[in-house]
Design a protein around this ligand. Structure first.
Ligand code: AMP
Length: 325
């Protein structure tokens, strides 16, 4: 059985773009393969300076993923920071990667282009990401386009390790590019926390309604036919509804006499009924720190077994083996 791995950055409550673009596909994948999903708490430290916020976000995202249906029996769920072998592997990788390769990393370059003074964590984070992946003998990593460059680096590193130290030193991971389309935000740009245009996954009905009403739409009069494709409310509706339901809504829009307000009402009702059980499970879980800690620790124990196997294999390969004189 193949292993798939996903890192989840604890940046607060996920939004609908994260849900349709990352959470739902990852949960489907967990049905087909051995799955390892970790909360990337040390990755978050490149940007988060407030300890209370970081700590709260770790539990927010854990509770959200579990509420969405992540099964901790089937999937190994843990905090990245609980498996310290990942830092040993990061160092080994740092010693075989040219600094220029890291300087070409897009997150680092974007920060420089914005005139920021990026910290060394941002420069080195693709190394940590490669170690996260390779430590668990991962076969594939579902990625959005935003992460494909970093995954290429992880592949390069794995290939280079095997070239330098022997064919089977590490498993070379593959990207599994997300098939899901980009989810638009309220203003039609990609839904993103940084654009302030997102609809959170966990939000009270009233607030959800207010947000759905705000989705940008044109002012075509109610009775006139409307083109659904490309309309933001329709793109969101397509993400949550079945093909047949979307086709029916598209037909009504094209026929005229059905306005954006009607579509938003249907969209809200559909979102609200689908998200209500997730919301309820989220609040139960989020209030139960002990249960979340137990799940994360149980996952960490299982992850450590695999990590220790890989790290001793790599240690032996590079000539550092604690057990040999
Ligand atoms: P972020 O927290 O923005 O780094 O997003 C984490 C992951 O969620 C991304 O790698 C994508 O797979 C997915 N994602 C984020 N925003 C969207 C969006 N607007 N549409 C589809 N997928 C998204």
């Amino acid at each position: 059985m193949k292993t798939s791995l996903t890192g989840i950055k604890p940046t607060g409550i996920p939004h609908l773009g994260n849900y349709f673009g990352a959470i739902r596909p990852a949960l489907e994948l967990a049905q087909e393969c051995r799955s390892i999903y970790f909360i990337a708490d040390y990755h978050a430290l490149t940007a988060e300076r407030n300890p209370e916020t970081l700590n709260a976000h770790i539990y927010d995202v854990t509770a959200t993923w579990l509420a969405c249906g992540l099964d901790p029996q089937r999937t190994i769920v843990f905090r990245q920071s609980s498996v310290i072998e990942v830092f040993e592997l990061t160092w080994i990788f740092a010693c075989i990667v040219a600094t220029g390769q890291l300087e070409r990393g897009h997150s680092y370059k974007d920060a420089l282009a914005k005139g920021e003074a990026p910290n060394a964590g941002l420069l080195n984070y693709p190394l940590l990401m490669a170690a996260d992946i390779i430590l668990y003998d991962t076969d594939f990593v579902p990625v959005g386009n935003d992460q494909s460059q970093h995954l290429e680096l992880a592949r390069d590193i794995a290939i280079r390790m095997n070239h330098l130290y022997g064919e089977k030193t590490v498993v070379v991971p593959q990207a599994k590019l997300a098939a899901t389309p980009q989810v638009p935000g309220l203003d039609g740009r990609k839904m993103s926390k940084s654009y302030g245009n997102s609809i959170p996954l966990i939000v009270a009905s009233k607030e959800l309604h207010e947000l759905v009403i705000k989705i940008k739409s044109d002012s075509t009069p109610l009775e006139q036919p409307k083109e659904p494709e490309g309309a933001h409310a329709f793109e969101l509706f397509k993400a949550i509804a079945s093909k047949a339901e979307s086709q029916e809504v598209a037909r009504k829009l094209r026929a005229g006499g059905y306005g954006w307000g009607h579509l938003k009402k249907e969209l809200f009702e559909r979102l609200d009924s689908d998200l209500a059980p997730i919301r309820e499970r989220y609040h139960d879980l989020r209030d139960d720190r002990k249960r979340l800690d137990d799940i994360l620790e149980n996952g960490a124990e299982r992850a450590r077994v695999k990590a220790r196997e890989t790290i001793s294999r790599v240690r032996r390969a590079v000539g550092i083996d604690a057990k040999k004189p």
